[in-house]
Design a protein around this ligand. Sequence first.
Ligand SMILES: *Cc1c(COP(=O)(O)O)cnc(C)c1O
Length: 409
Amino acid sequence: MQNTLAYAQAQDAQDALRTFRAEFYIPKHTDGTDVLYFTGNSLGLQPKRAMQYLQEEMQKWQTQGVEGHFTAPRAWFDYHKHLREGLAHLTGGKAHEVVAMNSLTTNLHILLATFYQPTGKRTKILIEEGAFPSDQYVAESQARSHGLNPTETIVELPTGANAIEFIEALGDTLALVMLGGVNYYTGQFFDLPAITRTAQEVGAKVGFDLAHTIGNLPLQLHDWGVDFAAWCSYKYLNASPGGVGGIFVHEKHLNPPQPRLFGWWGYEENSRFLMQSGFKPEMSADAWQMSNAPILSMSVLLASLTIFQEAGITRLREKSIQLTNYLEFVLQDVAKKIDLPIRILTPALPAQRGCQLSLEVGKGGKALHERLTAQGVISDWREPAVIRFAPVPLYNSFEDVYRLGERFL
Ligand SMILES: *Cc1c(COP(=O)(O)O)cnc(C)c1O
């Protein structure tokens, strides 16, 4: 690798996925040039085709009113089925194991109502140290709702600890593992299949918060036997701020029906409008739906999923490894040139990370972040000490990474 414009441009010229950048709107810096956008892990960019998908539904509403629930194409009544294929592609779930619904924190609560069933001494919930605050609050409030003391119930996996040994040591006190697939702060990607196997061997249920994983790394949730997962769609999935989230529930939990929170949208589809009492679940992940679906938000997600299907998550991951390795190389090179003490918190092994690198820069971190921002770099600062950069293979280029390095000098 070389930290030169010529090298970066040559990499871009060989990149079979380079045309996908044109599928997105890139925000402009004050000088009129494209910003260097490295925050697809926080809010993905707008796909150009999103407007068309949104307009189709606005038009249907305008011209057909309530009839839109049942008129083709893409009737609102079961609009979520159009999202299944794309979500199955990204999660490695089967089509009936995934559904787009609600938002992430809400979905974690809904899933824990099913999968967190403390009994006897098996009460503990394992989350990662430095878990995203909302995930901590979910665990805390779920523990309380069972009359348990959160301090005794919630166990944190220390950063850098061996998750397998840690889970084995918890043994029959462990009720639930709920880890981020990729930790939002460090960018560490956990070994999801090994964690799943071990957690289930000790008799616990296991689910993952895929906020920073879906659309970033390929997943095989079905084959790994993961019990459940949830995600949001506004990060790597580019599906608008606060866009509709989604869940995976392994088919082994579909029959017999599990304890769960009921709502009419999870009721058996064919008889839902008979409006009868006594809940009869749909025999798919759809059974966890509770409410009439947010069609406008789903339309934008559908637009984005079609792009992922065209690019293919395996090809995106191959490019992502190259791009992130290049970012690591460029950061280390510029740090040496300007004698900047940096530490990359994210694991160095590509198998243990996705796009994101988390950079710790001693005392001057925040000032550096502000200096980069003034030069048209969109990255983010996370307290207490980290600048996160996520080169996204759908729209970031090797040249973007080279230009980022230039801004440091
Ligand atoms: C982004 C993120 C969230 C946000 O949850 P919302 O309910 O969508 O606001 C939660 N958990 C993790 C790990 C995240 O990265």
